[in-house]
Write a protein that binds this ligand. Sequence first.
Ligand SMILES: NC(=O)c1ccc[n+]([C@@H]2O[C@H](COP(=O)([O-])OP(=O)(O)OC[C@H]3O[C@@H](n4cnc5c(N)ncnc54)[C@H](OP(=O)(O)O)[C@@H]3O)[C@@H](O)[C@H]2O)c1
Length: 257
Amino acid sequence: MNNASIAATKKLGGKAALITGGSSGIGLATARLFLEEGARVAITGRDADSLARAQKTLGAETLVVKSDASNLGQIEALMAQVRDRYERIDVLFVNAGIARAAAFEEVSEAQFDEIVAINFKGAFFTIQKALPLLAANAAVIVTTSIANRKGAPDYSVYAASKAALRSLVQSLGLALIGRGIRVNAISPGPVATPMFGRSGLPEELMQARKRALAEKSPIKRLATPEEIARVALFLASDDSSYMVGAEIVVDGAIGIL
Ligand SMILES: NC(=O)c1ccc[n+]([C@@H]2O[C@H](COP(=O)([O-])OP(=O)(O)OC[C@H]3O[C@@H](n4cnc5c(N)ncnc54)[C@H](OP(=O)(O)O)[C@@H]3O)[C@@H](O)[C@H]2O)c1
């Protein structure tokens, strides 16, 4: 088989993919899988060390951009870099996000603003600013969470930000399908990623929370980031050609308990 026919057998052969929050967890696992499937990949994140590690793992061909998803100027600069490198975007994975644990009465305005600015405003404007680059048959995938349909008393702002994304995916699914662009969401349950360590809980509490979630889950474990990446690949590829404005739940059935 020559190089052209090998590329043709891959699910994303010849496609250009941008993954926000691609330096860690779900985004990094998805970047690896997309590369294996023949895509040219760009990733973002904020932390310089994580970005340098990701560049090493993903290889020099991958475009690695330090870009804060909550900052419109940085989103515009990101799109300019992606345009210069790849000319267009075939797959946009809007995945950057943060979770912070806090009881309702303790949530500060700054915490509220930070979560909403990254998880919701960031996603909204990432898609808007990417629009001129999106190919006619592009796939946009947004990472929501099963928290967007359940009460999450210690993550009330996070859960609401993800509910806003669920709504956005429906609106943009309708707004963009006329151009051939499919917008869909993945709604993960608990996934074993560094996010748990960044939630603001002390280490012991965080480990206890992970154990409790695994125990409570019908499948008796957390998901791996690779299990979410494989669903992202489905939504990114032509295999999901009739899916528009939908949300795929990947949660080991914890969400239907
Ligand atoms: N893990 C779970 O259980 C779970 C469940 C449901 C949904 N999710 C969602 O899945 C997505 C990925 O999370 P993960 O579990 O893979 O967590 P993670 O390992 O902490 O990765 C989060 C990624 O987002 C990036 N990021 C965060 N804020 C950013 C910002 N302002 N600008 C640009 N990049 C930013 C991080 O880079 P920096 O650290 O450099 O900022 C990192 O690359 C999130 O949207 C999360 O809400 C996760």
